[in-house]
Design a protein around this ligand. Structure first.
Ligand code: PAF
Length: 317
């Protein structure tokens, strides 16, 4: 067990990467904003199976809208490094704001369309901040693989589009959401929940289950399913930003549910703004939980990279 190497500047990171040998395993980036929990550690473990992992820890100011929690977002670098120590990551890239956004900078990366609905509507500028910082991380660290959590499903779809549009030589992995025992999706913002709010926050996963229940009973009208979910959130005392059922991968808003669909919710519980989602494959008579994008599951990416799966066999799809 050894604390990972810490890179705090772009030049030190580049020098560290230059020392990698040509035969090294693929470089895998796990971008985070720190305050690591088991959800992040699942991303790191998925990354470790694929190659040498660099974790970035950077609370990115440009993805916080005015009045959001940028200032009070938890920053716990030392604890994060300790948590990563047993996982065998190559390095942690934890730059300052000035390092990522040098004085006088004025460049942004914008993916049109897909960042507009859902969180984009409630967090102006958020996705421009996300696509800008991720592009910077991809350019600075030049990973071959990058791992993200499916809890941020809209972010995953946006980055999928960005990688495709910019023709980046980068394979994305989307890891299923890690939940507490009572269903609450793990998030650094769960720290903001006080007393009874912690239990109240389970209403997000319960509301998603109610939406899924409606689909299983044969409801296909998107508006009907959304109202079931929103009503459950409100009954649970949450202040709803949105409860929407949209198509994957384009996040269109059809009148009827069919094919791969994302049921996504965002709601305030106490001082915490929480998001959660459920991805389902909707057929005429059946509904099943499904990955966001089949070709970006950890198993699919392992198969693409010829990495032995959990049973120790080489995957061959
Ligand atoms: O998902 C996050 O934690 C952030 O949006 C990311 C991808 C690290 C970019 O700042």
């Amino acid at each position: 067990v050894s604390t990972p190497v810490l890179w705090t500047t772009v030049s030190v990171a580049r020098a560290g990467l230059a020392r990698r040998t040509a035969s090294a395993r693929p470089l895998v980036l796990v971008p985070t904003m720190g305050d690591l929990h088991d959800g992040h550690l699942a991303l790191v473990r998925a990354g470790r199976e694929l190659g040498d992992v660099v974790v970035s820890i950077f609370v990115n100011p440009t993805q916080f809208a005015p009045g959001e929690d940028f200032e009070r977002y938890p920053r716990r670098l030392q604890e994060d490094l300790e948590q990563l120590a047993p996982l065998g990551v190559q390095a942690v890239f934890a730059p300052t704001v000035e390092e990522m956004y040098p004085r006088g900078e004025s460049t942004r990366v914008e993916v049109h369309g897909i960042g507009d609905p859902l969180c984009g509507r409630h967090r102006p500028g958020h996705f421009v901040g996300v696509s800008t910082v991720c592009t910077k991380l991809f350019v600075i660290l030049r990973p071959r693989i990058a791992v993200f959590g499916q809890k941020d499903a809209q972010q995953c779809l946006l980055l999928h589009r960005l990688v495709r549009d910019l023709r980046l030589d980068l394979d994305l992995v989307f890891v299923p959401t890690v939940r507490e025992r009572d269903g609450l999706a793990m998030s650094s913002r769960n720290r903001y929940l006080r007393g009874a709010e912690r239990e109240a926050a389970t209403v997000l996963s319960r509301a998603l289950a109610a939406g899924r229940g409606a689909l299983e009973e044969g409801e296909r009208e998107v508006a009907g399913i959304e109202s079931v979910v929103a009503a459950q959130l409100r009954r649970g005392g949450a202040d709803v930003d949105y409860a929407e059922l949209r198509s994957v991968p384009d996040l269109d808003h059809p009148a009827r549910a069919a094919g791969r669909m994302l049921l996504a919710v965002a709601a305030h519980v106490g001082k915490a703004r929480l998001i959660d989602n459920l991805c389902v494959q909707v057929e005429d008579l059946t509904v099943r939980e499904a990955p966001l994008l089949d070709e970006h599951t950890p198993a699919a990416v392992r198969a693409r990279w010829g990495v032995a799966d959990e049973e120790g066999k080489e995957s061959t799809t």
